[in-house]
Write a protein that binds this ligand. Structure first.
Ligand code: ATP
Length: 360
């Protein structure tokens, strides 16, 4: 029987993106080889800020059609000090996520073995969350404008957009995910005390969707109170669903609470599977450490494990996670942001070795 070929479009992007994505592809290929059941075919696309500065666009015109032909996308980061952040974000990452309608952004946050987070006495069992971020509309809908530019009466407007379809599909996705986890618990994050239109609508859709999931325990938190709860009662949280902006903020906090921004993964999921999903580390381009060989590649590796899981390669995904956890647990090859001394290559080599020597 011929082996399945998993096709991956690698878009390393800016800053440390190429360092961690190239390491990530090496690790993904190693785990596919070790697993034996499938092979990986990848193509690397040099799309990003350097291209924008040379040609005036981050992606070629046919980029989205090109991407549609792949099973999955592995993305590094977008951001460059020479270009305003909103131009980069909208020109590259959001363009891909929104055009392919990857509406569910999934962000696991877990304390890995051997990693000490900043919260005293919190164990791995007490900090094991998944944050589901609405990824297609809300505060990032792009609606708004600038009026009277340059005049004293200038106005800037950003309008949040919540559609019934958009809200319902992300909440159902979060309920399904919560249902699949042992604790079957879902927290809705909101700000409906102050935002009395879109957020009240967001809450009311939740009340209706909830009726279809009687086995999932739910609660509701204002986003400000949620930050406190994440720090003071992490064990009370399991699965979380929040709007595009709220989840963006909460997931950076979650990443810090699990040790470092450098370790956190994310998936931009197209649940219907009619377009590829995109996996990326949460961190950005980190220009301050670019080219120094010290970027932590573990967030990219964990994102790679999510990619494999999304593609149904469950054994390989588990093997890769075990290899990451063996390296963090042993503590001999930790990157600097996690308190160690290892560079990107040493961390990568340690994970490759853990993949090669894993017992079945
Ligand atoms: P962007 O504008 O693209 O979001 P940024 O540099 O403002 O990028 P991040 O890259 O998210 O923000 O990270 C902030 C800081 O955290 C970096 O300056 C860097 O020092 C550190 N950091 C982020 N990712 C890593 C990593 N993978 N390894 C080590 N340090 C990291």
């Amino acid at each position: 029987m011929s082996k399945r070929t998993l096709s991956i479009a690698a878009i390393p992007g800016d800053g440390i993106g190429p360092e961690v994505i190239d390491a990530g592809m090496e690790v993904l290929k190693a785990v596919a080889k070790r697993d034996g059941g499938f092979q990986i075919k990848s193509e690397r696309f040099d799309w990003g800020s350097d291209r924008y500065l040379k040609k005036g666009d981050f992606l070629p015109d046919n980029a989205l059609d090109t991407l549609r032909a792949f099973d999955a996308i592995f993305f590094g980061s977008a951001g460059d000090p020479r270009i305003p952040d909103h131009v980069t974000l909208w020109g590259l990452r959001l363009k891909i996520c929104q055009s392919l309608d990857q509406y569910a952004n999934v962000r696991p946050a877990r304390l890995l073995p051997g990693i000490k987070g900043p919260l005293r006495d919190v164990t791995a069992k007490q900090l094991d969350w998944v944050i589901v971020r609405e990824n297609s509309e809300g505060e990032y809908a792009g609606a708004g404008g600038r009026v009277h530019q340059g005049l004293p009466e200038e106005v800037g407007l950003d309008i949040s957009v919540f559609t019934r379809n958009g809200v319902e599909r992300i909440q159902r996705f979060a309920f399904e995910l919560a249902k699949s986890r042992p604790r079957k618990k879902l927290t809705l994050v909101t700000k409906s005390n102050a935002q009395r239109h879109g957020m009240v609508f967001w809450d009311s859709v939740f009340e209706r969707v909830k009726a279809d999931y009687p086995d999932v325990e739910t609660d509701k938190m204002l986003v400000d109170a949620m930050t406190t709860r994440m720090v003071l009662q992490p064990e009370s949280i399991d699965t979380v669903v929040a709007t595009n902006l709220h989840a963006d903020v909460l997931s950076d906090l979650a990443a810090a609470l699990t040790g470092s921004l450098g370790i956190a993964p994310t998936g931009n999921i197209r649940p219907e599977g009619d377009a590829p999903s995109m996996f990326e580390p949460i961190h950005g381009s980190a220009f301050d450490i670019m080219g120094k060989g010290i970027a932590n590649p573990l967030g990219a590796f964990w994102s790679g494990a999510m990619l494999l899981e999304n593609q149904g390669e469950l054994a390989a995904a588990a093997r890769l996670m075990q290899a990451i956890e063996r390296v963090t647990g042993e503590g001999k090859h930790l990157p600097r942001d996690l308190g160690g001394k290892a560079g990107t290559k040493e961390v990568t080599d340690a994970v490759l070795e853990a993949i090669r020597t894993a017992n079945d």
